[in-house]
Design a protein around this ligand. Structure first.
Ligand code: NAP
Length: 276
């Protein structure tokens, strides 16, 4: 699908990869529907892209609420007549040791990072099928491929998105609708400041525009799965180790980010003395 003159919904457009993707799509003459919670940031984005993409608009709300995730599609169709591209990029980090993470945090992460994409996909598919074409880009994470310490719940939300996307590859075969899965590695955005606990990773971070470019390429070239940055020796080695030497990978992860001191004692302290 040539990305020009299309109606493109981008979730998480108020910062980082989402904003870079919205700008990239707008520069190519597509109409952008910018979705996130921080309305003032969305308005600033829409103003910045107004010359290149004059019909673009903001929809402020919380994608972890099913009603809003579905309304994004309904309002786009009502205002633009169709939806051509859905970029599911909004996500929350959950970087916390498994013994400190609460059930509510895990549930909220799954709603934002996984279920929101399912809800808006289900709302958009009938419209895309009627048009006979469409593209859905699900922004996952390298963490879904090789799970770092303290990222179990976050990685699970992204792994669910991967499995859902793979299912769509089969279920939408012959429909004209393309589904792409993009796995960013370490990218320099504000997500790192939102992490609940410190990260053991001290390496390089790539610019958000690298992922925006990959998203555009994945739609235009009908690529199914892309890692950004591609062919990075560190990421390639981690994936091979996961397959061929998982014990070595676990050892390396443990060295990079050892179990925090006192975390087991903290958890033991939460047991009910009456039940001991
Ligand atoms: N940066 C990395 O190293 C990295 C690595 C792997 C994967 N990723 C993935 O790349 C995507 C973009 O992340 P980023 O790095 O660009 O982070 P970011 O700058 O923190 O962007 C996250 C975006 O999601 C929006 N968002 C979060 N919760 C939302 C909710 N409940 N409802 C609506 N919007 C919500 C945020 O906007 P509001 O706060 O305004 O709602 C923001 O626009 C995410 O899927 C992330 O998991 C990033």
């Amino acid at each position: 699908m040539e990305l020009r003159g299309r109606i493109c919904v981008v979730t998480g457009a108020s910062s980082g990869i989402g904003r870079a993707t919205a700008e990239r799509l707008a520069r190519r003459g597509n109409t952008v529907v910018a979705v996130a919670r921080r309305e003032e940031k969305l308005r600033a984005l829409v103003a910045a892209i107004a010359d290149a993409a004059p019909g673009s608009f903001a929809l402020a709300g919380d994608v972890s609420e099913r009603g809003f995730a579905e309304r994004v599609v309904a309002e786009t169709v009502a205002r633009c007549g169709r939806v051509d591209v859905l970029v599911h990029n909004a996500a929350t980090p959950l970087h916390k040791h498994a013994l400190r993470v609460s059930p509510d945090e895990v549930e909220a992460t799954l709603r934002t990072n996984f279920l929101s994409a399912v809800w808006s996909t289900s709302a958009a598919l009938p419209h895309m099928l009627r048009a006979g074409r469409g593209a859905i880009v699900n922004v996952s994470s390298f963490a879904a491929l090789v799970v770092p310490p303290r990222e179990g719940a976050y990685a699970a939300s992204k792994a669910a998105l991967c499995a859902w996307s793979e299912g769509l590859w089969s279920d939408l075969a012959g429909s004209g609708i393309h589904v792409a899965l993009v796995h960013p590695g370490p990218i320099d955005t504000e997500i790192w400041e939102k992490r609940q606990e410190q990260s053991g990773y001290r390496g390089r971070r790539w610019p958000a525009r690298a992922v925006a470019d990959a998203i555009v390429r994945a739609v235009e070239r009908r690529q199914h799965e892309v890692v950004v940055p591609g062919r990075n020796p560190g990421l390639v080695a981690a994936r091979w180790m996961r397959r061929l030497a998982p014990g070595l990978l676990r050892f390396g992860m443990g060295r990079m980010d050892p179990v925090p001191t006192g975390v087991f004692d903290e958890a033991r302290g939460r047991t009910d003395p009456d039940r001991r």
